[in-house]
Every structure is written in structure tokens, then in C-alpha cells.
Design a protein around this ligand. Structure first.
Ligand SMILES: NC(=O)c1ccc[n+]([C@@H]2O[C@H](COP(=O)([O-])OP(=O)(O)OC[C@H]3O[C@@H](n4cnc5c(N)ncnc54)[C@H](OP(=O)(O)O)[C@@H]3O)[C@@H](O)[C@H]2O)c1
Length: 257
């Protein structure tokens, strides 16, 4: 049986990955900050699917947290076959409304942690000649959308570049770019999700289902759902200014700080 390590497994897309991968028979290592929620999730999945589910409490906005997960990924006695770098968040506000230290925290979680955990995982996967990494980015990577979109653009470029460098090694890397997904993300970021039209919302389990399929097909970029595939195709034809106006506004109304 193979083992999957999922960051940000207590909610939203990470929890959906955990459900799906447990159902498919993977042992799990669940990573996030909230220990109680991690254990609830691990116990539930173990009881329902009979897989081993362990918990690693780590704050990926800190060096200690990232190091603890790197160490687990480098444990040759308990190899990790699939890494899902999913933990992430949005800051509450537009550029300059958010303190620079919070922006740096976002870069730490979205970019530094993803770089370091991917490196740690892939080093041992390459030795074994197999393995997979899914780095959760966003369609925000392709449009002007504040510092959040910029951090996710880094995730896409990094993942596709590394996938090319590792071609033929047996290790697959894929950037996952969902549109709006119903999770805790928007509430945590203090965003007014009501301003996003209903048709734009995706279901977390469906997003994960599409991601699993795309990884098996060897894709390096996954944009779940026909609606977003069409939108991203159309966005390449639109004048950049028009695109910037629409993308920087949609779903970016924030409550009081
Ligand atoms: N929802 C969307 O519309 C959407 C769209 C595109 C991409 N995404 C991306 O999808 C990923 C998952 O987001 P989601 O929508 O599922 O959000 P969510 O429901 O808020 O879940 C976020 C997860 O990340 C964990 N997390 C946050 N900060 C962390 C930290 N410093 N260290 C460790 N874990 C941390 C949280 O766990 P704890 O609080 O327990 O630590 C939680 O498990 C993110 O990378 C996000 O950018 C989301």
C-alpha cells in the first residue's frame, strides 16, 4: 500500500483529498495546525477505510513546522509516495491594506513550504523511481489578482518547471488550479463570498476527483471543470486591462478588519 502526505488536511480541499485517497486505499499522513481536527479526521478515515492515518501537527508559516514535515518526507523507513501541498489561505484585504509581514507569511506557506516539501519528497521519490506531487495553486495564477494570485503563479511555474526537469525519473508533478471552491477559505480570509455568482462555485470532492484523474494521466497542469477550462481559454483572448478589472474585483469584498 502507498502513503500520501496531505498538508492542510483539516478542512476544504485537503480534507477532500484525505477522504478520496483513503477511499482509494492509501495510508495517510495528515498535516495542519489544529491537532484536534487532525485526529478527528484521521480516526474517522481509519475507521471507515481501514487505512493507517497518522497526524503531524505543523505550522507551515514557521521554519520548525516546515522542517518537521521535511523530516517526515525524508524518512526512508516510511516512504511517502504522494505529496499533496495544499495548505494555504488568503489575506484579508487588497495590496497595502495587508501588513507586509502577513504577505510574507503567505509567501512562506504558499512558496517556501511548497519548494522545501517538494524538494524533500522528490529527492527520495527519484531514488525509488516513482512518486507524485500535487501542488495546489489556483486559476488566480493566470489573472491579475493581488499578491495571492502572484504567489499561486509561482506555484504553477515552479511545478511545471520541476516536472520538466524530472521527466523520465518516474516522479510526476502537477499543479492543481481550481476556481472558486466551497471551503472555509473565504470565511477565514474575511471575504464576502456572496458576491461570487453561484455558477462559479465548485465542489471540493469533484475538484479532487478531477485532480486524481489528471495526475494519473500524467498532466502537469490540472484545471478542474469545463466552466473554468473555457474561462481560462477565453481569458487569453481578452485585453489584459479588461481581464485585470474583472479578476481583481470578483469575490474580493472584505469585511471590516
Ligand atoms: N477555496 C477556493 O476557492 C480555492 C480556490 C483555488 C485554490 N485554493 C487553494 O486550495 C488550498 C486549500 O484551501 P481551501 O479552500 O481548502 O481552504 P480551507 O478550507 O480554509 O483549508 C485550508 C487548510 O490549510 C491549513 N493551513 C492554513 N494555514 C496553515 C499553516 N500555516 N500551516 C499548516 N496548515 C495550514 C488549514 O488547517 P489549520 O487551520 O488546521 O492549520 C486548513 O486545513 C489553498 O492552497 C488555497 O489557496 C482554494
Amino acid at each position: 500500500m502507498t502513503t500520501a502526505l496531505i498538508t492542510g488536511a483539516t478542512a476544504g480541499l485537503g480534507a477532500a483529498f484525505a477522504r478520496r485517497l483513503a477511499r482509494d486505499g492509501h495510508h495517510l499522513v495528515l498535516v495542519a495546525r489544529n491537532e484536534e481536527r487532525l485526529w478527528e479526521e484521521a480516526t474517522r478515515l481509519h475507521d471507515r477505510h481501514g487505512v493507517e492515518a497518522s497526524v503531524l501537527v505543523a505550522d507551515l508559516a514557521t521554519d520548525e513546522g516546515i522542517s518537521a514535515v521535511e523530516e517526515r518526507l525524508g524518512d526512508g523507513d516510511h516512504p511517502v509516495d504522494l505529496l499533496i501541498n495544499n495548505a494555504g489561505f488568503g489575506n484579508k484585504g487588497k495590496f497595502l491594506q495587508v501588513p507586509v509581514e502577513d504577505e510574507l507569511t503567505m509567501l512562506k506557506v504558499h512558496c517556501e513550504a511548497v519548494l522545501r516539501l517538494t524538494s524533500a519528497a522528490v529527492a527520495s521519490m527519484r531514488e525509488r523511481g516513482r512518486g507524485g506531487v500535487v501542488n495546489v495553486a489556483s486559476v488566480a495564477a493566470f489573472v491579475p489578482r493581488g499578491t495571492y494570485g502572484a504567489s499561486k503563479a509561482w506555484v504553477v511555474q515552479f511545478t511545471q518547471g520541476a516536472a520538466k526537469d524530472l521527466a523520465g525519473s518516474g516522479v510526476r508533478l502537477m499543479a492543481l488550479c481550481p476556481g472558486f471552491v466551497r471551503t472555509e477559505f473565504h470565511q477565514r480570509a474575511g471575504m464576502d463570498a456572496e458576491s461570487v455568482p453561484g455558477w462559479m462555485w465548485l465542489d471540493a470532492d469533484a475538484v479532487v476527483g478531477a485532480a486524481v484523474k489528471d495526475l494519473a494521466r500524467g498532466k502537469t497542469l490540472s484545471i478542474p471543470d469545463a466552466r473554468y477550462k473555457a474561462l481560462m481559454g477565453a481569458s487569453r483572448l481578452l485585453p489584459r486591462e479588461l481581464l485585470a478589472r474583472a479578476s481583481t474585483k470578483t469575490g474580493r469584498r472584505y469585511g471590516p478588519r
